[in-house]
Design a protein around this ligand. Structure first.
Ligand SMILES: NC(=O)c1ccc[n+]([C@@H]2O[C@H](COP(=O)([O-])OP(=O)(O)OC[C@H]3O[C@@H](n4cnc5c(N)ncnc54)[C@H](O)[C@@H]3O)[C@@H](O)[C@H]2O)c1
Ligand SMILES: [Zn+2]
Ligand SMILES: [Zn+2]
Length: 351
């Protein structure tokens, strides 16, 4: 079969590899019909994620049809159309029982890390993929949901909702600021309305991304390249700052920005993946009764988000900016990797 293989920093190839086989009784094999590329894949290709070693098939988002099931699998059958969650879950360890699948203790890939596809085991940017702990790690696609909608639930929608909106404890009437309007920030913006945010301010350096954010539910946009960006944000509140400041970039500057605009008693929800230490002005912040949260997505909200999509309550198709065939994987990477020029958001890659 063909797959997108990481060959060390800066190097990748769409090449022939042996197809995956069932290795454990709880595995299934899925034929990938729809996949996509995440900003995290670009981080890996830059060499930012050293746990990914040359030879690894990348990708942690995918939808497809089960073609083979392990001997202990009873609730999935050949022919089922399933969403592969970016987080594996064994279903019975202490963390899975708490719904913290991000830290599943199942020993597939690594103990204590839920994100294994395209990281510690072979991923979804391939014609076929082996899915461990399949019964608790995939979701059947309901009749009124398309593969394209389903693949947006592998990672970005649950991430934005769980780590941005829920961890930020968004409540009715809140003013929510979202720093970064990439797919993840836009997923926060799209789902903040579910908890009744009154005002959603999109903050980015890229005017095109801010314009996009309005289509996803942002009521206001502020360009953080403006010298008075902070005053612009404050003017959209009662003067005391935002209730929830979500960081969806992953650099020290934007985390600092979130702590500057949050009101006393408010929440800073960090979603970004950071590669460098961040200075925390605890000497100023302690007296403001601020809660700071962070985390790896659990994907425990996938069934709920799936119901909203099936009922037409979340218009996730607007995330899709480009469409490719599996064999055009390298062109898809090129388009996604030059998002500022190509205006790419999510690139859908289909069989
Ligand atoms: N916590 C999790 O479980 C989890 C899961 C998936 C992704 N992530 C992380 O979420 C973050 C966002 O992902 P994405 O795919 O949307 O990324 P992206 O690169 O597509 O988007 C980032 C956005 O931030 C903007 N930006 C950059 N510098 C800025 C600044 N100084 N001020 C304002 N805006 C600025 C960019 O213009 C861009 O629009 C990444 O760090 C990613 O690794 C976290
Ligand atoms: Zn991802
Ligand atoms: Zn587990």
């Amino acid at each position: 079969m063909k797959a997108l293989v990481y060959q060390g920093p800066g190097k990748k190839a769409w090449q022939d590899v042996p197809p995956p086989r069932i290795q454990h009784p709880t595995d299934v094999i899925v034929r990938i019909d729809t996949t996509t590329i995440c900003g995290t894949d670009l981080h890996i290709l830059k060499g930012d994620v050293p746990a990914v070693t040359p030879g690894r098939i990348l990708g942690h988002e995918g939808v497809g049809v089960v073609t083979e099931v392990g001997s202990s699998v009873t609730t999935l059958a050949v022919g089922d159309n399933v969403i592969i969650s970016c987080i594996k879950s064994c279903g019975h360890c202490i963390f899975c029982k708490q719904g913290i699948f991000a830290h599943c203790l199942g020993d597939e890939g690594a103990v204590g890390i839920g994100w294994v596809f395209g990281h510690l085991i072979d991923g979804t940017q391939a014609e076929f993929v082996r899915v461990p702990y399949a019964e608790t790690s995939v979701y059947k696609v309901p009749p009124r949901v398309t593969n394209q909608q389903g693949v947006l639930l592998s990672d970005i929608l649950p991430t934005g909702f769980e780590i941005g909106v829920q961890y930020g404890q968004t409540k009715p009437g809140d003013v929510v600021a979202v720093i970064g309007a990439g797919p993840i920030g836009l997923a926060v913006i799209m789902t903040a309305g579910l908890y009744g945010a009154a005002r959603i301010i999109s903050i980015d350096l890229d005017a095109n991304r801010i314009a996009q954010a309005r289509k996803f539910g942002a009521s206001d946009g502020v360009n953080s390249g403006d010298a008075d960006w902070k005053q612009q944000v404050m003017a959209l509140t009662d003067g005391w700052g935002v209730d929830v400041a979500v960081e969806a970039v992953g650099i020290p500057d934007t985390f600092e920005m979130a702590t500057q605009i949050v009101r006393p008693g408010g929440h800073v929800a960090n979603v970004g993946v950071h590669g460098k230490p961040v200075a925390l002005r605890l000497q100023d912040l302690w007296i403001h009764n601020i809660t700071i949260s962070m985390g790896l997505v659990n994907t425990n909200t996938t069934p709920m988000l799936l119901r909203l999509i099936a009922e037409g309550r979340l218009d996730v198709d607007k995330f899709v900016s480009h469409r490719f065939k599996l064999d055009d994987m390298l062109a898809a990477y090129d388009t996604f990797g030059r998002a500022a020029e190509t205006k790419a958001l999510k690139v859908i890659i289909e069989r």
